[in-house]
Ligand binder design. Structure first.
Ligand code: FAD
Length: 465
């Protein structure tokens, strides 16, 4: 019987295995799918710590419903009853600027009335429809695009913090087309952002759908009753017999028309043969494994850097809060020169994340902006986050619980030229039939994107079997 080995059991590896098994069943084919995960538990970054009634996410707190992939997977798994929709107030987001929190405008009217941008800054944004679309040959950075279309102030106060919020990244380094392909498409297809919003709104009205025109990301942030980990738990349970935990793949070779995997399980090295291998691991891990097969491929993969992120979680007495947690949380632009990227007011976003009478706030530290801060010892990091919360939110932080979750290589950075890196890796993979790459390092970091890429990868694997 043929065998497919999936290396890594984060959402990308687990979803790939799920779609592989589903595809095999649908095609009436038989093949074995085995999954190797280096850690003792599945899920990768998707992990929920439950303590004293708090549900604290290590990484993602959910997915948006503006893309269908996560929701479709949830339905297939029979998990719909466990879905948790974020509260309506979670659409309210704040930006810290000039010493206070400003509500991020959600409508054109709110934008005009908001003091977040100065009058010239707002007028510059209003000029956006007049800026001709530029179809550049070069891969433009997020910052170049934002400055060109929206102006410097909107770039610094809106786009830079948003980029830090999604990628923990630096907009002066990141590729617009790779990080935010939809925004790139709005210019190339409709000629600009406002033109696109108007055209899309009209299209929606024509279809009879509710027309929204909002600065907040579309869709509803959604998670699960017990936290984001629920999704990976159910996926892992479905393939429990084929999932090998604490099994690190240390080497990959190719001999006698088969891939040879060297796997370390409980200190012992074992060998596994496979007809196809999906590397659902971060790019740096894929680079190490691919080196014996193709040095050029390994070098390209090694060019995808990661930004470190630390998440400091604070469980608080709700009565001790200096202000209502009436939104999703806030982001801090780099021009404010603070030591945190932002904070998520988790207990206001989803019910059940904190016990009755308590609140949960998670503070993001580090990123490409201040990588050294994400590597501080836990007590220093907590002290720093506490102090920043106190100063930004104007409240003492008397916590009943404090935890830090470290992601040393947290989020891949799609730098300018990322598309070329992908083209080269694809060209090298064409000479290595049976080897596939699938993780958040390539075509999107959101859970929706990881799930879509897993589905596409499974289809490619099945075609080759
Ligand atoms: C702080 C933070 C907040 C986030 N928030 C959101 C959010 O709200 N919404 C959203 O959509 N996305 C969010 N993301 C992004 C999202 O969580 C990730 O992009 C996604 O979980 C990545 O999944 P993955 O399977 O590709 O990679 P990973 O989760 O990194 O999984 C890779 C797995 O491979 C394993 N592995 C590595 N090397 C080997 C080896 N040699 N052998 C065997 N196993 C190996 C690792 O142990 C790991 O389990 C967030 C990310 C972070 C860090």
């Amino acid at each position: 019987m043929k065998r497919v080995a999936v290396v890594g059991a984060g959402i990308s590896g687990l979803a790939t295995a799920h779609y592989l098994r589903q595809g095999l069943k649908a095609a009436g084919k038989s093949a074995e799918v085995v999954i190797f995960e280096a850690r003792g538990s599945p899920g990768g970054t998707m992990r929920t710590a439950r303590e004293q009634g708090f549900a604290m996410e290590w990484g993602p707190n959910g997915f948006l419903t503006n893309k269908p992939y996560a929701l479709d997977l949830v339905r297939e798994l029979g998990l719909s009853a466990r879905l948790l929709r974020s509260s309506d107030q979670a659409r309210r987001r704040y930006i810290f600027s000039g010493g206070r929190l400003h509500r991020l405008p959600e409508t054109p009217g709110q934008f005009l009335g908001s003091a977040l941008l100065s009058v010239p800054g707002r007028l510059r944004v209003l000029c956006e429809p007049l800026i001709a679309a530029q179809l550049l040959e070069d891969d433009e950075t997020v910052a170049e695009f934002a400055r060109r279309r929206l102006g410097e102030e909107a770039m610094e106060k809106l786009i830079e913090p948003m980029t830090a919020g999604v990628f923990a990244g630096d907009p002066d380094e990141l590729s617009l087309a790779s990080c935010f392909p939809r925004i790139h498409e709005l210019e190339t297809r409709y000629g600009g952002l406002v033109k696109a919003m108007v055209r899309l709104r009209l299209e929606r009205l024509r279809r009879g759908a509710r027309a929204e025109m909002s600065a907040a990301p579309g869709g509803v942030l959604t998670s699960f009753d017990t936290g984001a980990q629920a999704l990976v738990e159910v996926l892992a349970a479905r393939c429990a017999k084929q999932l090998h935990l604490a099994a690190e793949v240390e080497g990959l070779g190719y001999r006698h028309w088969k891939f040879q995997l060297a796997v370390r399980v409980a200190g012992t090295r074992t060998q596994c043969e496979a007809d196809a291998v999906v590397l659902a691991v971060p790019a740096y891990a894929a680079s190490l494994l691919a080196r014996p097969l193709d040095e050029v491929l390994a070098a390209e993969l090694g060019r995808i850097p990661y930004a470190p992120v630390a998440v400091a979680a604070f469980g608080l007495e709700a009565s001790s809060l200096g202000r209502p947690l009436d939104g999703f949380g806030f982001l801090v632009p780099r021009r404010e020169q603070r030591r945190i990227l932002g904070a998520l007011w988790d207990s206001s976003v989803f019910p059940g994340r904190a016990p009755q009478g308590k609140a949960l706030i998670r503070v993001m530290v580090g990123g490409a902006r201040q990588p050294e801060l994400a590597r501080l010892p836990a007590d220093e990091l907590l002290a720093l986050a506490r102090e920043e919360l106190r100063s930004i939110m104007g409240m003492p932080v008397r916590s009943v619980l404090e935890r830090v979750f470290f992601h040393e290589r947290g989020i891949p950075q799609y730098l300018r030229g990322h598309g070329k890196v992908l083209e080269k890796t694809q060209a090298r993979l064409a000479d290595l039939p049976g080897l596939f790459l699938n993780s958040n390092a390539y075509r999107g970091v959101s859970l929706n994107d990881c799930i879509l890429q897993s589905q596409l990868t499974a289809e490619k694997v099945l075609k080759g079997l």
